[in-house]
Design a protein around this ligand. Structure first.
Ligand code: CA
Length: 269
């Protein structure tokens, strides 16, 4: 009897310890999970991408993929065949222009130029330039919410622009738990949110366009192609969302692949 009572005490002690350990682990797990959610992705498909394209802008419109590239002497605006990666049409920018973000606005394409103080408007069907507008400071990423153009300039601010003139309407400070999120780069409007590449980070920020609050991140760290792992300048840049089909594409600067990704937690398949 005495032996079984002792065994019982040991068992109770072990159970208490186990309970304490589980409680500690749970608290630790919850602590790790505090803050905004970080969503994981799954690669649905990958497509060839011009490894010389220094991607600065990516957009989908009416089933066609458009890409803007940067670099002095290598900047362009392209219509690209998704399946093969072949460049179907290309506009070469003047050597003094460093191309940046692009967006498809109605029957136009809009392209920012990095430090030239301007943006370019093109007819989407012909890729012929049909106007310019003034941009104060640097132009980085560009997208739109159906009403305003939304641009980044490398800071933690997004600017809303009036599409008729390119004039600034208002600014949005992007923050995560009160801290500014700087180096916002290529942009995409996805189901009511502004998604942004962050220069030199392997994740996208999901931003509430009403107040600039970061709603979550999308972890893309597993996406780096083997060929680009040692070249940190060849960072992730380029997000295109096809709202009609819900397809989401991402790529990077001079990456040999463009990826279609699913984010199950966000209902993007
Ligand atoms: Ca984009």
């Amino acid at each position: 009897m005495r032996l079984s009572a002792a065994l019982c005490s040991v068992a109770l002690l072990l159970a208490a310890c186990l309970g304490a350990c589980l409680a500690g682990c749970l608290a630790g797990c919850l602590a790790v999970q505090a803050g905004v959610p970080v969503s994981q992705v799954r690669i649905v498909a990958r497509f060839p991408h011009d490894p010389n394209a220094f991607t600065q802008g990516l957009a989908f419109a009416e089933g066609e993929l458009y890409e803007g590239t940067g670099g002095y002497g290598s900047s362009s605006l392209r219509r690209v065949d998704l399946a093969s990666g072949r460049v179907l049409e290309r506009v070469e920018l003047p050597r003094q222009f460093f191309g940046e973000g692009i967006t498809a606005w109605r029957d136009e394409l809009i392209q920012l130029i990095w430090r030239a103080g301007i943006g370019l408007r093109y007819c989407r069907a012909s890729l012929a330039e049909n106007g310019r507008f003034a941009v104060a400071g640097e132009g980085w990423g560009l997208t739109h919410d159906g009403r305003h153009w939304i641009m980044s300039d490398g800071s933690a601010e997004l600017r809303l622009l009036e599409p008729a003139t390119g004039e600034e309407v208002r600014r949005l400070r992007v923050s995560d738990d009160g801290k500014a999120v700087r180096r916002l780069n290529e942009l995409e409007f996805v189901r009511g949110e502004v998604w942004a590449n962050i220069w030199y980070q392997d994740r996208l920020a999901r931003i509430d366009p009403a107040d600039g609050r970061v709603l979550g991140y999308v972890d893309l760290s597993d996406l780096w192609p083997e060929e680009r792992k040692r070249e940190r300048a060849q960072v992730l840049n380029g997000i295109a969302f096809e709202s009609a089909t819900g397809r989401l594409f991402v790529t990077g600067k001079r990456w040999p692949w463009l990826y279609r990704i699913a984010i199950p937690a966000l209902g993007i398949e």
